[in-house]
Design a protein around this ligand. Structure first.
Ligand code: DGI
Ligand code: FE
Ligand code: FE
Length: 193
């Protein structure tokens, strides 16, 4: 699809080559997870292409767009690495003409997660953790769990993020904790069925 190619080239121009290679890995993992769990691979691809579009924007520009988007809510009071998700979702809609709300939400919540994540949101958040280029401690555990449960794999991923933030004496965005708790509950409910 020509439109997709154009978006890919445009996104690529807005980040260092290394981050583009990460994005290619997320595209690959997102398509694979979508096929495995019955989400739409084409939507997963588009969300993956755009998920980090705003990651390397100057922080002042991110702040402006966050305010303009109306997605700011409490986020301005929390750490800047959380901003590029909502900023990316707004840009995807405004600049790239993405109208599908599920794709926009997958971009918006890819860093924090949220309570009541859709299948596509889970696929993108998990693909971001397990794409082939990732090699942080514990990534193999998440990859192993991803073969059998999106929710269990995501809990493992979010636990790692939360643990890391605690060790670094960083502020934890409450939505990250709420997302983790909700996914843990879902994982347990699915298991006991
Ligand atoms: O954009 P990526 O590097 O591919 O991955 P990401 O979108 O998951 O962003 C990860 C960054 O966001 C990482 O530096 C940790 C940070 N982060 C994630 N959740 C929280 C957080 N930072 C704070 N302070 N609080 C959070 O809850
Ligand atoms: Fe990101
Ligand atoms: Fe990413």
């Amino acid at each position: 699809m020509a439109h997709k190619e154009w978006i890919m080239n445009s996104v690529r121009e807005q980040m260092p080559e290394k981050r583009w290679r990460h994005t290619e890995g997320v595209i690959q993992s997102a398509i694979q997870l979508a096929k495995q769990y019955g989400s739409d691979p084409s939507k997963a691809e588009l969300a993956a292409i755009l998920h980090d579009v705003a990651k390397y924007w100057p922080v002042e520009r991110q702040r402006e767009v966050l305010i303009e988007s109306g997605y700011a809510e409490d986020l301005l009071a929390y750490d800047k690495p959380l901003w590029h998700g909502p900023v990316g979702a707004y840009v995807a809609q405004k600049e790239y003409g993405i109208a599908d709300q599920d794709i926009l939400n997958a971009i918006r919540y890819h860093t924090s997660g949220r309570v009541g994540m859709s299948l596509l949101e889970k696929v993108i958040c998990l693909a971001d953790y397990i794409e082939p280029g990732r090699d942080f401690p514990g990534v193999e555990d998440i990859r192993r769990l991803s073969a059998s449960s999106l929710e269990e794999a995501l809990v493992e991923g979010l636990d790692g993020t939360i643990r890391f933030l605690l060790e670094q004496k960083q502020i934890v965005y409450p939505m990250t904790i709420l997302a983790r708790n909700a996914l843990l509950k879902e994982a347990k409910e699915t298991k006991h069925k």
